[in-house]
Design a protein around this ligand. Sequence first.
Ligand code: KIV
Length: 300
Amino acid sequence: MAESRPTDVAALGVPDVVARKGSGTPLVMVTAYDAPGARIVDDAGVDLILVGDTLAMVVLGYDDTLHVTIDDMAHHTAAVARAKPRALVVGDLPWMSYHVGLADTVQNAARLVRAGAGAVKLEGGRKRLDAVRAILDAEIPVMGHVGLTPQSVHALGGFRVQGKTIDAARAIVDDAVALADAGCFAIVLECVPDAVARLVTDTVPVPTIGIGAGRHCDGQVLVFHDLLGLQDWLRPKFVRRYGEFYTEGVDAVSRFAADVRAGRFPSSEETYHVADDVTAALADGARAAELDEGADTVDV
Ligand code: KIV
């Protein structure tokens, strides 16, 4: 892997993302949480990298996303930004970073921008319009997120598909329209039936990016660890795995352990050597030291 990445390819900006609405080429967004992950997804040519609060679950080992703080998100956004990706980096505002007051909300969004994000994402519809407007007023682009909003896991009674009744579906459409009207440049649709995603996509003038929302969206997003099979214990219906990195990782580390235990690692080629005369002098020195030591220890 090259140490410094090419700088001659123009980075993607918010207007480029908005222009993709209706272009016929769906947007591709993948999450990343550190520099190597960002390099992988950027070299694969994704359009957007989401530093998602799924960090809590797939990297930090929590059962839900409620445990990450703005400090955690800024730390990981900075790691992703250090990879200098061409893709637009979107920093996810975690739970309680935009629920308390507008000044606090704007400061938290600014922390993600200072860490290297080109936009922020927050969950919720009409309830969050004041937060969206305040962040936009500070010139920070905002991505919306409706449908299953994992930060509301307790209020929703679990991670469940949303919008299955007419009223619930209408509420999702109304939320998305309100977010777009307020100025969100794109909207994530999570775990909603495809008919609902289609209606939202046909109604709002900004790109929709689906996860568990079927094909009628302007783009798709998957979590890095799901896509690569880096975690074996959670397999939502909407995930398609393009790798089995967890299994491959266990296999690789098992082979390393077996080689160490059998004395096959390291080999001579994997070892630093000195010239023979230095080796000989070192051996002589050790022998002399042994003799000295023998002379010092006189039996009484
Ligand atoms: O945090 C995240 O990774 C997300 C995606 C699931 C859209 O919000």
